[in-house]
Ligand binder design. Structure first.
Ligand code: NCD
Ligand code: ZN
Ligand code: ZN
Length: 435
């Protein structure tokens, strides 16, 4: 079957591991052909991008906080999805730590209503831990996976929750920090209050949980290369475990906690020592992580500058461009883009983050342009960043979401709406890994 494309996107493109000159044929919402620009009929409709542009797949961020319902003052689906688009991200998976938590069908339904009305990127939800896991089996189409926070790790019900998620062939996402090893003292450095041993202990506990329950387990925002080694060992032993990390863990270090930016840079898990940062950077470079996420965790600047600031900062507007800086300055292979697109998409079983026939036509056109990160210009409600002042080399020029223009030269096409992605059934973990 070869559908006639409605139009082509022409230019240099990152396609399955290489940069080539391509004509990407799009019909409806899908990529239907890939050829060289000389091969398309002269009369074909086209968008052509010349020197200084690069087409990449829409990025896939499987760990963000859009904050609805309950915390809309920090972010909402409109501002959060605009931040995503501006950062070249076309799919987000939203976390359940809402107010009240999204650990039941009613709140998940409400989340869907809200996202449907406002989101300009595609999306999915995780269900939060519930001490009555069976409550969640009534609406299993509303979530793509289950999420466990540190405080849930010691619940007597945690195994039951993991088994429920496993029985639904979904992914169990874990924030691994052992609550027993955290010191709730605002006066000590954040990196000392939440030490490396807390992550290591929770990783161990999570691997045991994965082993006992058979749940396909994904440990998120790993901050230490030591954790990666533990998880790799379990992987090699045949356990279905995967992990991600975030740009701040391999680009920043805990020296920020002794500067005026300490509240801005406060995040869980914390930034680590320079030595740890370097080892993690190597692990990412060697593609030893399964995914990169932002953990886009917006709060208001006022909250971050106040007494007892909350942990987390926004990341969607800078993550892809930070990776591109590393790539263009020769420190990372271009294939790290897969870690923020195709690989996480595979983990969730969605046909995104790829420029191949049959993939959703989510495409990001990048333009070479040097700019400085100025958080007061963010579209996110969270107008601060530990990357403030960083000089980046690329900007998002245009974004296509399933074939439709959603952003071009600074303008959002707000009539476009994102689509809700439940797990495409039935996909086995093994075949996804092989794709
Ligand atoms: C997150 C948040 O603000 O929701 N904060 C953070 O520091 N990462 C929560 C989380 O992801 O653990
Ligand atoms: Zn977390
Ligand atoms: Zn988070």
């Amino acid at each position: 079957m070869h559908e006639e494309p409605d139009f082509f996107i022409l230019g240099k493109a990152y396609i399955t591991g290489r940069v080539v000159n391509a004509a990407i044929g799009i019909s409806g919402e899908k990529i239907v052909s890939l050829t060289s620009p000389g091969n398309i009929p002269p009369s074909a409709r086209r968008r052509e991008y010349g020197d200084g542009f690069l087409v990449v797949p829409g990025m896939v961020d499987i760990h963000v906080h859009m904050r609805e319902p309950g915390l809309e003052y920090k972010e909402d689906w409109r501002t959060g999805s605009m931040a995503a688009v501006k950062g070249g991200v076309t799919f987000v998976a939203d976390m359940p730590n809402n107010k009240p938590p999204a650990n039941n069908c009613n709140i998940l339904r409400e989340k869907l209503e809200r996202a449907k009305r406002k989101s300009i990127v595609d999306y999915a939800f995780y269900a939060g831990f519930n001490i009555r896991p069976e409550e969640l089996s009534k609406c299993k189409d509303l979530y793509i996976g289950g999420k466990i926070y540190p405080e849930d790790l010691y619940s007597p019900i945690v195994e039951e929750f993991a088994r429920l998620i496993a029985s639904q062939n979904k992914i169990l996402v874990v924030h691994a920090e052992d609550p027993i090893l955290l010191k709730p003292d605002a006066k000590i450095l954040h990196s000392i209050a939440r030490p490396p041993k807390a992550e290591k202990s929770a990783v161990k506990k999570t691997l045991e949980l994965a082993l006992q329950t058979g749940a396909r387990t994904h440990i998120t925002h790993i901050s230490l290369a030591d954790s990666i080694i533990e998880i790799l060992k379990a992987k090699i032993a045949g356990h279905p475990v995967t992990l991600d990390t975030a740009p701040h863990y391999f680009l920043l270090n805990d020296s920020l906690y002794t500067t005026s930016r300490k509240n801005i840079a406060k995040v869980n898990p914390p930034l680590r020592s320079e030595k740890d940062r370097q080892t993690l950077y190597i692990a990412v470079n060697k593609m030893l992580v399964d995914a990169i996420v932002t953990d886009h965790a917006p709060h208001l600047l006022e909250e971050k500058l106040g007494e007892n600031p909350p942990s987390g900062f926004p990341g969607l507007e800078v993550a892809l461009h930070l990776l591109l800086r590393e790539i263009l300055e020769g420190r990372m292979p271009i294939q790290v883009l897969d870690l923020y697109s195709f690989r996480p998409a595979s983990l969730l079983g969605i046909n995104k983050g790829c420029i191949s026939i049959g993939c959703d036509a989510d495409l990001v056109v990048l333009r070479k342009e040097s700019w400085e990160v100025r958080p007061d210009e963010f579209v996110s409600k969270a107008k601060y960043s530990p990357f403030e002042g960083a000089v980046l080399r690329t900007k998002t020029h245009a974004v296509f979401l399933r074939g439709r223009t959603v952003y071009e030269e600074g303008e959002f096409y707000e009539d476009v709406r994102g689509k809700f992605y439940p797990l495409e059934a039935p996909t086995s973990y093994e075949t996804l890994q092989d794709r």
